[in-house]
Design a protein. Structure first.
Length: 230
């Protein structure tokens, strides 16, 4: 789905958040669409279309835009409007530094995490594997997001969950900037399965080391692709 298609679908679906909707809820709605891959870097967000489709005031929408701009998901260009941001190399380095700390620490909670939390990690890996077999590569990317969200979810902290949701939304923009989703995501399906298998076998330290290597590979991959695109 292109950015234009997504904006057009809002009116058709009659999406309404209600009069009590806050800027945070609007921001969460847009952030989720970024994470699902519906909005490409560089997409212009029409204030009028969004305001009408979501049933919110102009001030609420603009506050949501401000929140998402602080999260580095949107950028305001004078006299042109609000656009989905295109991340750069410095963003990749900073984001992966944060992910190493958060997700590596969260994975240590595997042995004591509730079974339903561990099952979410398994479900994400299964969804990603099935999507790859069906060659649904955008879904593979979505499954990757779910996998890393589920790892953080092992801790059971709403604050960490919210922070990682913001980080992964920015990460999805980096992925979309890379072009062919199959070329970028195919190898990570196996890596995620290996991390899960180690955790399920009780080898949490080895799973953590595999996750750290995963981050090294993914960061290098992203930086290399960005540099090759000039």
């Amino acid at each position: 789905m292109t950015g234009a298609d997504w904006l057009a679908s809002l009116a058709a679906e009659d999406v309404v958040l209600g009069r009590v909707s806050t800027a945070e809820r609007v921001a969460d709605f847009v952030r989720t669409r970024v994470m699902e891959g519906d909005l490409l870097p560089g997409t212009r967000l029409s204030e009028e279309v969004l305001r009408t489709a979501l049933g919110v005031s102009r001030n609420t929408l603009r506050e949501a835009f401000r929140l998402l701009t602080r999260e580095r998901l949107l950028v305001h260009e004078h006299s042109r409007g609000v656009f989905v941001r295109t991340p750069g190399e410095a963003d990749v380095v900073d984001l992966y530094a944060a992910r190493r700390v958060i997700e590596s620490g969260a994975l240590n909670a595997w042995p004591t995490a509730p079974e339903d939390k561990r099952q979410k990690v398994r479900d994400a890996v299964r969804f990603q594997k099935e999507s790859a077999e069906a060659e649904r590569w955008n879904d593979v990317a979505t499954g990757n997001m779910r996998f890393h969200q589920a790892i953080t979810g092992l801790v059971g902290s709403a604050r960490l969950d919210e922070e990682v949701q913001r980080l992964l939304a920015e990460l999805r923009l980096m992925f979309l900037h890379m072009g062919d989703p199959r070329e970028f995501h195919e190898n990570y399906v196996l890596l995620n399965r290996e991390i899960l298998a180690l955790a399920d076998d009780g080898e949490v330290a080895a799973a953590g080391e595999a996750l750290r290597k995963y981050f090294d590979v993914a960061e290098h991959h992203l930086l290399t692709r960005m540099r090759s695109h000039g």
